[in-house]
Write a protein that binds this ligand. Structure first.
Ligand code: ZN
Length: 276
């Protein structure tokens, strides 16, 4: 599933082709949303952004289209009239005079008033989004020390959207590895210095992934590996999907473990378990 940085990038691509581009033609294919096609057609989109893994398309007149791709949803952006070849089912379409933004496949889609936004069961529970400029590492630190979270394992916290919105499977492995902490440690097991580093890394790696289309390895190393002809899948991450390959820091082998069916990668030497 795409994580916060990927969703934010899609939001900004959609924004470029539909936001403030004049009145749009809008359609929804699910029967319970049909009537919103007529209501929103002829209106402008003011803004497209993301909150965690949800995408929010704000129309003039205070209605917002909420969409969450879950596992199968896919956005496609194309020039007007060029419908992509796909077997997926179209759910939601916005057409400007030059482009189409099309959402395919099983997705959660809703059209929300400001009041419904304020009471939305998913949006209201979301933690701060690491990609938002207003979020400071001290906000993350405060959350790590909050009694709602400080006795839960880091492995669980970094997939929990109520803790930080937007982190997912690859960011979890990368943030914990870069911070030198063990996935089964809890914030309450760590020193203030470790927590500070973890909070800073949570923001810096998420923001780096947004800018680089998901590359979390250090820019200097990426440059070196690229120059040596290494392909993207091999230079993209520090630990994630690098099972049995040497850790960039200590050369021990990266290990893959599974927690509740989700894979996680770590270096046991660089991420020692805190002694209870
Ligand atoms: Zn290591």
């Amino acid at each position: 599933m795409p994580e916060g940085p990927e969703i934010r990038r899609v939001a900004s691509r959609i924004s470029k082709v539909v936001a403030n581009q004049g009145p749009l033609q809008v359609t929804f294919t699910q029967p319970h949303l049909h009537h919103f096609g007529e209501i929103l057609s002829g209106r402008q989109v003011l803004n497209v952004t993301s909150r965690g893994k949800a995408l929010l398309t704000q129309f003039e007149g205070a209605l917002t289209v909420y969409s969450h791709n879950q596992l199968y949803g896919r956005w496609s952006i194309s020039r007007i009239g060029r419908v992509p070849k796909t077997t997926r089912t179209l759910r939601f379409a916005m057409h400007s005079t030059t482009h189409s933004a099309l959402l395919y496949s099983a997705s959660e889609i809703a059209v929300l008033s400001p009041e419904e936004m304020e009471n939305h069961p998913f949006l209201t529970k979301l933690g701060p989004d690491a990609l938002d400029d207003g979020v400071h590492w001290r906000d993350v630190l405060k959350r790590l020390m909050d009694k709602r979270f400080h006795k839960r394992s880091l492995a669980a916290l970094y997939l929990d959207q109520t803790f930080i919105a937007g982190t997912g499977n690859y960011l979890r492995s990368e943030i914990l590895h870069q911070s030198g902490v063990h996935p089964f440690d809890r914030p309450c097991d760590l020193t203030r210095k470790q927590l500070g580093l973890l909070a800073r890394t949570t923001l810096s790696l998420s923001r780096q992934a947004y800018v680089t289309s998901g590359i979390t390895n250090t820019p200097a190393r990426v440059k070196r590996l690229k120059a040596a002809g290494i392909r993207r899948s091999r230079y993209r991450h520090l630990a994630f999907a690098r099972s049995e390959q040497p850790c960039y820091r200590c050369s021990d082998l990266i290990e893959r473990i599974e927690i509740s069916g989700r894979r996680l990668y770590l270096c046991r030497r660089c991420q020692p378990k805190h002694l209870p």
